[in-house]
Design a protein around this ligand. Structure first.
Ligand SMILES: Cc1cc2nc3c(=O)[nH]c(=O)nc-3n(C[C@H](O)[C@H](O)[C@H](O)COP(=O)(O)OP(=O)(O)OC[C@H]3O[C@@H](n4cnc5c(N)ncnc54)[C@H](O)[C@@H]3O)c2cc1C
Length: 391
């Protein structure tokens, strides 16, 4: 059995950051990962450009049963710290809407730098480690397909359930349960919705159409693009709201958030009495979408023949659309897993289990889930950094 100070399970954003920090403290660090490459999700992220953080990091951008838990880590390793790290290594980045920061060349640049730093601090990384089995007998003993290792500190950085290898899926949650830690039931977040049967008939022929909309579910509202696909609704505003959505419930969509459509239609009735509703609304939204929404429900008569009540009804169809998804695309396309190891079980300063000495959970496996826009990677960097100071 080979002994290390720290074993980290998972070579993703949080695990690599934790390894570098522990390595700087001259700890002997081993990372085990079942994948053939490290940092696979970083490479996928941001469409290959990695939206690695956001200028407006705030606890309000995170979902958790304890929304204050993330504050400590996010304060100790901030968006400015990861920006400095990126800059120090010569990786160019740029800002997009809503303060989102992306690498200018490739997400792989970040993985390369993380690997270089791991190498510098003598972190040993074993890929394709096979099935892992953990036992605690004073120290932690980790049995893998490539050997058995032991350590004083064990860090679980195996992420959530999306875009993961089928074997070992949900591993981090199972380890938590094995050590009697509570897990907040996980579900897919930042994920497209699928159409119910009626909406499929109406909208499945509109793939590629996108609209800047306001999407609301309960007290949460997001104003960004929504995208119509063959199977359902996607786009940033939909992904954001999906992290809050409960199966069986409806969301509300305002397709013209900047318009008082009712007043606009009344004005048009005075000024262009012969015009049809479809042509008027098509000045503001894609015509094919307007036609579909009006199909079977809006009379093709000229607007002058519409009563106020009828114009109000038309306006509601665009501004106050209730959309009841059939479900979500699930973990296959989800960007994150909401839920995870209950934060009550962990120290917010060290990410160590309160009851199992030496056992740490970092990154997405913890019940801290960010909104779209670089918030999840920032949580991975911050929590990895913090645990790296204490392991
Ligand atoms: C397509 C996509 C795009 C995204 N884009 C962004 C973005 O632009 N910005 C952003 O902030 N967030 C983005 N995210 C979310 C973000 O990538 C994750 O929240 C973040 O990578 C989580 O880091 P982590 O270290 O906790 O876990 P991960 O990065 O998932 O790493 C976990 C590691 O553990 C390994 N592992 C898992 N199970 C086992 C096991 N049983 N045995 C051994 N090894 C195991 C995995 O192989 C993996 O290497 C995106 C996610 C996806 C899927």
């Amino acid at each position: 059995m080979t002994c290390y100070d720290v074993i980290i399970l998972g070579a993703g954003a949080s695990g690599l950051m934790c390894a570098i920090e522990a390595g700087k403290r001259e700890k002997a660090v081993l990372i085990l990962d079942h994948a053939d490459k490290v940092g696979k999700k970083i490479v996928l992220s941001g469409g290959g450009r990695c939206n690695f953080t956001n200028l407006h990091i705030s606890p309000n951008e995170y979902i958790s049963q304890n929304r204050y838990f993330c504050i400590s880590a996010l304060k100790r390793f901030t968006q400015h710290d990861i920006i400095s790290f990126i800059q120090k290594h010569g990786i160019e980045h740029h800002e997009r809407e809503h303060g989102r920061l992306f690498t200018s060349r490739s997400a792989q640049d970040i993985v390369n730098v993380l690997l270089k730093e791991c190498n510098k601090h003598k972190v040993n990384i074993i890929k394709e480690c096979g099935t892992l089995n953990v036992k605690k007998n004073g120290t932690f003993n980790v049995h893998s397909g490539k050997g058995t290792y032991s350590s004083e500190s064990l860090v679980i950085a195996t992420g959530g359930m999306s875009f993961q290898k089928k074997s070992g899926l949900g591993f981090g949650y199972n380890i938590a349960r094995q050590f009697s830690l509570n897990v907040v039931e996980p579900y897919a977040g930042l994920v497209p919705f699928t159409y119910n049967r009626d909406d499929a008939k109406c909208f499945s022929s509109l793939p590629g159409i996108f609209v800047n909309a306001a999407v609301t579910y309960r007290e949460n509202s997001f104003r960004e693009n929504i995208l119509f696909t063959h199977r359902g609704l996607s786009g940033p505003a939909i992904l954001q709201i999906s992290s809050y959505w409960n199966q069986g419930e409806a969301i509300n969509i305002d397709l013209l958030p900047d318009q008082d459509l009712f007043s606009h239609l009344k004005q048009k009735r005075d000024k262009k009495p012969k015009a049809g509703i479809i042509s008027i609304v098509s000045e503001m939204l894609p015509k094919r979408l307007v036609e579909k929404i009006c199909e079977n429900s809006v009379n093709t008569k000229p607007i002058r023949q519409f009563s106020d009540k009828e114009l109000k009804d038309v306006s509601e169809m665009f501004k106050n659309r209730s959309f009841k998804p059939n479900g979500t695309e699930g973990y296959r396309t989800a960007e994150v897993t909401v839920g995870g190891v209950n934060t009550n079980e962990l120290s917010s300063k060290t990410l160590e289990s309160k009851n199992v000495k030496g056992l740490y959970f970092i990154g997405e496996v913890v019940d801290v889930t960010g909104h779209l826009g670089g918030y999840n990677l920032q949580w991975a960097w911050s929590s990895g950094f913090c645990a790296g100071q204490f392991v």
